[in-house]
Ligand binder design. Structure first.
Ligand code: FES
Length: 406
């Protein structure tokens, strides 16, 4: 284990940092922070990091990584996620993972965990499974996200009250699919810690029993909270995929519940569709989405828009399937195919462009486009020709594009 991270925080590095944080000079602080980071990344106040302290095999292709975040990491609300950043073959890549551990573990021991399923072609999930070992340090973000329990859910009195349609109190119904259980697990543990799990229901869909993540933890929670309904659904059994009819069978009073759902987009769409059909208010359904999904049928739209642009100007080097991207500063030209964003294309080519949220929020990836057209991956709309400053993480080249500065 990294020796410094074993030190009591009253030891030299922490005292030094506390002393440094009172220094008025920003430059000196920055230099000191750099030195501390060189000494131990877990002491940096500028770039959060976490040490891997345990790796747990959950199922055949799912692992939980128990992490000890930097001393400056601010903590989380159950249901939130962190961005994990790793360098793979010289390219920095980032993915969001929900925190799957109970808040009490962080309060007690300063630990959190993420639970990751290896997916085919999943660059980061496979890297974590194949390369990440104990004592390694990952760069992480502060906790993010708004998929959290409604404030009144943690009130233990609510778990005994019968819920009413009109009342503010709705018993929670969690509907998860596959690794969508991860943020929900943290929420359920939070309810348990507040003695408020007694009226909750979890419908958890996986292909087969051996794919149930956290089976033992859930079992223990059910034994401790007799009113907590744990309803696993096996999609590869006779009952088939979980659909709105089956969900209604599991929980006939869906319309009176506060719904929390996490899983693939179509799965959450099914749950929301049922809620809408039952006339539930939008606020009664909360769902997780790590960033905004690409617009529907974007590949089709790209092809058609490219086709129109190309047929209108025979001098173009692009065709309906591809476009060229010239990065002037890096003196590189890339070929854009499919629906890859400018950021993804640059990273694929081994470049290390600046980025933050990767979902069109923070503007860290803003760059100046001197010619060409891009489509906005969130809306599927063509970005106006007069707009020259674009966000690389949500811009898909539709035409030969030249990026002047990034
Ligand atoms: S990385 Fe945040 S807007 Fe692009």
């Amino acid at each position: 284990m990294n020796q410094l991270s074993q030190l009591n925080l009253s030891g030299t590095p922490a005292s030094l940092y506390r002393w440094a944080s009172r220094i008025p000079s920003t430059t000196l602080k920055t230099h000191l922070d750099f030195l501390m980071t060189e000494f131990d990344p877990l002491f940096s106040a500028r770039r959060m990091a976490a040490e891997v302290v345990e790796i747990i095999d959950e199922t055949q292709d799912v692992k939980t990584y128990v992490l000890r975040p930097s001393v400056h990491w601010k903590g989380f609300v159950p249901g939130q996620y962190i961005a994990v950043e790793v360098d793979i073959k010289g390219v920095r890549v980032q993915r969001n993972y929900s925190i799957s551990s109970a808040g009490s573990l962080f309060e007690r021991e300063g630990l959190i965990s993420i639970t990751v399923k290896c997916v085919e072609g999943g660059t980061v999930s496979n890297y974590l499974a194949d390369v990440l070992r104990l004592n390694k340090v990952l760069h992480i973000s502060e906790a993010r996200g708004t998929f959290v329990l409604a404030p009144d859910e943690l009130d233990q009195k609510n778990s005994q009250k019968p819920e009413t349609k009109a009342g503010a109190t709705r018993a929670p119904l969690f509907v998860a699919a596959g690794s969508g259980i991860t943020p929900i697990m943290a929420m359920i543990e939070a309810l348990d810690a507040s003695n408020a799990l007694g009226n909750a229901t979890l419908v958890y869909a996986v292909n087969a029993e051996q794919e149930l993540i956290f089976a033992e933890r859930l079992q223990v929670l059910q034994e401790r909270n007799p009113g907590f309904e744990l309803l696993p659904h096996y999609s590869k059994s006779k009952s088939g995929q979980l659909n709105n009819k089956r969900l209604l069978n599991y929980c006939p009073d869906v319309a009176e519940r506060a719904i929390y759902t996490c899983g693939p987009a179509e799965f959450m769409g099914m749950v929301k569709g049922l809620a809408t059909a039952l006339g539930m208010p939008e606020s009664a359904v909360r769902s997780e989405s790590f960033g905004l999904p690409k617009a529907k049928n974007i590949a089709d739209r790209l092809f058609k828009t490219r086709e129109t642009l190309v047929s209108g100007d025979s001098g173009k080097a692009s065709n309906a399937n591809s476009a060229r991207v010239t990065l002037v500063k890096a003196e590189t030209t890339l070929v854009a195919k499919g629906d890859k964003t400018l950021l993804e294309l640059a990273e694929q080519a081994g470049l290390k462009p600046k980025f933050g949220c990767r979902m069109g929020v923070c503007h860290e990836c803003k760059c100046k486009m001197s010619s060409g057209r891009v489509i906005n991956s969130l809306t599927g709309e063509l970005v106006p020709a007069e707009q020259t400053h674009i966000q690389a993480c949500i811009s898909i080249p539709i035409d030969d594009v030249s990026i002047e500065s990034w």
